[in-house]
Structure formats: C-alpha cells, structure tokens
Design a protein around this ligand. Structure first.
Ligand SMILES: C[S@@+](CC[C@H](N)C(=O)[O-])C[C@H]1O[C@@H](n2cnc3c(N)ncnc32)[C@H](O)[C@@H]1O
Length: 158
C-alpha cells in the first residue's frame, strides 16, 4: 500500500524550514524521501528491503535528487519495544541491522520523521520516537484512516 503522496507533500511543505533534516522509516521506493529532498530538506530514508533501496536510488538519480537511502532497520541497535499496557506485536515491521550507521546519523539528528504504519503499528512507532527522537522533532504518521497526523516529540505519552 502506498501513501497519499499529495497529503504528505502538503504536510512536508507546511513544516519546511531551511536546514531541516528529514527521515523516512521504511522508505520503500523512496518517493516521499525524494519529495522531501526536492522541497529542500536534507532527506534520507531507511528501508529493510535492499531491492527497494536500489529502486529508490535510481528514482532519486533520475529526478536530480540528492536523497540518501540506507539498507537496514529504522529501529536503532539495542532498542526493544516493551509496552506496559498493549501486547508487543509489531505487525509488518521487520527486524534487521540498524540503518542509521550507513546514513551516518542517529534518530535524534532528525527534525522530521515520517512513516506509514499499518493498523496497530502506531504505538510502537510513537514509543520509539518518544525514546530516541530529538526533543523538538516531529513524527508524521500517515494512516489510511486518519490521513497525516503530526506528533511533536514532546506531546507523545505512551
Ligand atoms: C507500508 S510500507 C510504506 C512505504 C512508504 N513509506 C510510503 O509511505 O508509501 C512499509 C515499508 O517499511 C519497510 N519496513 C518494514 N520494517 C522495516 C524496518 N524495521 N526498517 C526499515 N524498513 C522496514 C517495508 O519493507 C516497506 O517497504
């Protein structure tokens, strides 16, 4: 399933400030990361599926985009989801070596982080962002039910 690119683009445009760093969790074919780069963000994506990262890099080159993509997991090394209330199912979120090293950045280096969770995957993403996101950073979650929601790191209670 792909995101509604127009809605995500509009949200990214409204949040743009020169110098802002953007990260896409699970960047697939790279469209959103490339859009962010073309809007002016310093943009990168992390994706577990190496073949999709190849597609994303080709797409970036063909569109004159400097977006960078890393093969790996958006889950930082050593982090485990330990929910107090819910069970610890993580839906379609896969496991693998962390992709942050390849990007040369940690999660707390990014100002705007975007993901398109499947139903039930939001609590884990919110918890991860609360634990490792920069205190002034924003998490954009795009879901088929709610459209694009902006979660300031400081407002997340899990
Ligand atoms: C629902 S798709 C979202 C694609 C894209 N972000 C969008 O908005 O259209 C989820 C993507 O996350 C990738 N993925 C799943 N678990 C991951 C993980 N732990 N780290 C990085 N990518 C992951 C999948 O391979 C898939 O490409």
């Amino acid at each position: 399933m792909a995101a509604d690119y127009d809605r995500v683009r509009a949200a990214l445009e409204s949040l743009y400030v020169p110098g802002r760093r953007f990260l896409e969790w699970g960047s697939a074919t790279g469209v959103i990361t490339i859009v962010a780069d073309l809007l002016g963000y310093d943009a990168g994506g992390i994706e577990l599926d190496a073949s999709l990262v190849g597609v994303a890099r080709d797409l970036a080159t063909r569109n004159g985009s400097g977006a960078r993509f890393a093969v790996g997991s958006f889950i930082p090394m050593g982090w485990e989801w330990r929910p107090k209330k819910a069970d610890a199912r993580t839906g379609t979120i896969g496991r693998g070596p962390s992709g942050y090293l390849e990007l040369g950045r940690s999660l707390s280096d990014f100002d705007v982080v975007y993901a398109f969770p499947w139903p039930g995957e939001e609590p884990m993403m919110l918890d991860l962002f609360r634990s490792h996101g920069h205190e002034d950073a924003l998490l954009l979650l795009h879901t088929s039910n709610d459209g694009v929601r902006i979660h300031p790191r400081g407002s997340i209670r899990t």
